[in-house]
Structures are given as structure tokens and as C-alpha cells.
Design a protein around this ligand. Structure first.
Ligand SMILES: C[S@@+](CC[C@H](N)C(=O)[O-])C[C@H]1O[C@@H](n2cnc3c(N)ncnc32)[C@H](O)[C@@H]1O
Length: 284
């Protein structure tokens, strides 16, 4: 809630209103810190578990449909790496449904300590057998899991970051891909807002009976097709200058990393699976 209170100041008065830096947002003003959100959590470990739990709940909203609606059986790689996989809820659900896969959860060092203890408690056999590994890895460093054995998940990672950082993260994974590997970006696909040309000429019927013709500056449905996504986008903006991206924006980001989108899976959820592979023509 403190972010909500700080946003008007950030977007109107501060020197940062045009900044694209993840460390010049309403978050830094609200929390009186120069650190970006994830670095702040390292310095303030009391915030780690509430944040990780909050993120896991957000993920849980789409986990069932990710497992059910993506065709996991056509992945040609035996090992799935969940980059920035948090508490490991998604990888657990995938292993339950598809026990033939092996899996690795990667995250920041302080987070994997939490993930390891959760996974040891919930999936002791997978941890003991090595079917499931938990390892520290910084998204901004080269991906150590390289080649045809691995496919990668990035769920709710790229929407945290502005384009420059998102391209750095995605590029690090792209450079690790073999020809059979896939990257599954799991995030929202923003629906561009409907403009006045799409409004109906029908009258608006107001509760007070004072019927009015629509104001063409405002879409007749107030942009409701994209309201949920826009809400998330403002949330990501206020925390890290991140955003939800339209399909065109996803295509540009993916192409810039030497990848191509092979298929977009619409899910019975608010997110989609944007499946990517190496672009044979792409320059890495
Ligand atoms: C929005 S959460 C998504 C978590 C998980 N993928 C999910 O869908 O539930 C972003 C995750 O990225 C991790 N993260 C942030 N910066 C990172 C970095 N530099 N290296 C590795 N992980 C990072 C956070 O710790 C967090 O778990």
C-alpha cells in the first residue's frame, strides 16, 4: 500500500518520472532505499518469506492450467530448468504430472535456501535421487546448464524487468540452448487498448436515467479487455519499471535475443506460454 501512496509523487514530481531503471521507481521512494526490489530483500531478510509466499500464490493461480494446457509431452529435452523458480511450486506440479522429467530450480542464493528446505520436506525422494535439484544462479550471469538436455521456464520473470534487463536475462538463457531446447516464457500477453474507432454508437444508459452519447475519448467498455493486465502492468511499473507486454513487444524481445516464438499457448488462466526456440537465422 505504501507504493500506491508514493506513485503520484513518482510519476509527477520526481526526477525519475522518465527513468527506465529498476532502481528509480515508487519502490525506492516508498522504502527510502537506493536498492532495487530484489536486492532490497537480500538486505532485509525479514521480507523474504512474505514476498516469496506472495509470489507463489500469484503463480498458483495459473499452475494447474500451465500443467494441463501446455503439451509437455512434445518437449524433447529430459531436464526442465525453472529459472527464478521461487519456492518451486510450478516445478513440483510439473513433476507430479510428468514424472519422466528431471528438474532444476534456480534462484538467488538467499531464496534457494528457502526453496531447498521446502523441497526437502515436500519431495524428499526426488531430492535424494537427484531427480530434482535446487541451485543458486543469478539471472544476469551466463546460464550454466547448456545444450540439448535442457529446456527452460521463465514464469513471471521478464515482466518484472524493463526491456534492457529483460533482454539480458533472456539472452543468457538463449545462449545456453541446444537445437532441441525450448524456452517457455510464462507471462501475460497484454491486449492493446481499444481506441475510439472500436466504440459503439449506441447510447450509454446511466442509472439515473440521464442517457448520454458516449464520450469518444473513453472506450465504451473503459478498456476492460485489458484491465487486469493493465493493473498488473502498473504494479510492475511501480516496483521495478517492469511491464506486461503485448505480443508485438514479446516478438521484438525474443527476436533480439536470437530466438523465435514457435507457439503461443493460450491457457485457462491469465497468463500464456510463449514457447521459443533458437532462430536458425538469428545472431546470438
Ligand atoms: C516474480 S518472482 C517469480 C517466481 C516463480 N518463477 C513463480 O512463477 O512463482 C521472481 C523471481 O525471480 C527471482 N530473482 C530476482 N532476481 C534474480 C536474480 N538476479 N537471479 C536469480 N533469481 C532472481 C526472485 O527471487 C523470484 O523468485
Amino acid at each position: 500500500m505504501s507504493l500506491v501512496g508514493t506513485m503520484p509523487c513518482w510519476v509527477t514530481e520526481s526526477d525519475w518520472k522518465l527513468s527506465r531503471s529498476p532502481a528509480q521507481t515508487a519502490f525506492q521512494i516508498a522504502f527510502k532505499t537506493p536498492l532495487q526490489r530484489f536486492s532490497w530483500v537480500i538486505q532485509n531478510p525479514q521480507g523474504l518469506i512474505p514476498l516469496a509466499d506472495h509470489i507463489q500464490v500469484l503463480g498458483d493461480m495459473s499452475t494447474l492450467s500451465i500443467v494441463a494446457d501446455y503439451s509437455w509431452e512434445q518437449l524433447e529435452t529430459p531436464i526442465i530448468v525453472d529459472c527464478g523458480g521461487g519456492e518451486g511450486g510450478l516445478i513440483s506440479a510439473i513433476l507430479d504430472a510428468h514424472p519422466s522429467f528431471q528438474a532444476i530450480v534456480q534462484d538467488m542464493e538467499n531464496v534457494v535456501a528457502l526453496t531447498s528446505s521446502i523441497m526437502k520436506e515436500r519431495r524428499p525422494r526426488d531430492i535424494e535421487s537427484g531427480t530434482l535439484k535446487v541451485e543458486a544462479h543469478d539471472l544476469f550471469q551466463s546460464q550454466p546448464r547448456i545444450g540439448n538436455e535442457y529446456s527452460f521456464i521463465l514464469r513471471h520473470i521478464l515482466h518484472d524487468w524493463p526491456d534492457e534487463e529483460a533482454a539480458a536475462i533472456l539472452g543468457n538463457v538463449a545462449r545456453a540452448l541446444g537445437p532441441k531446447s525450448k524456452i517457455l516464457i510464462i507471462d501475460m500477453v497484454a491486449i492493446p487498448n481499444v481506441d475510439s474507432t472500436a466504440t459503439t454508437s449506441a447510447k450509454l444508459f446511466l442509472p439515473d436515467g440521464d442517457d448520454k452519447h458516449p464520450d469518444y475519448c473513453v472506450p465504451s467498455h473503459f478498456g476492460s479487455a485489458s484491465k487486469l493486465v493493465s493493473g498488473y502492468s502498473v504494479h510492475m511499473l511501480s516496483m521495478m519499471n517492469g511491464c506486461e507486454r503485448s505480443l508485438r513487444e514479446w516478438e521484438n524481445l525474443v527476436k533480439g535475443c536470437g530466438l523465435r516464438i514457435t507457439k503461443v499457448y493460450s491457457l485457462r488462466a491469465h497468463t500464456s506460454v510463449i514457447e521459443c526456440a533458437l532462430d536458425a537465422q538469428g545472431l546470438l
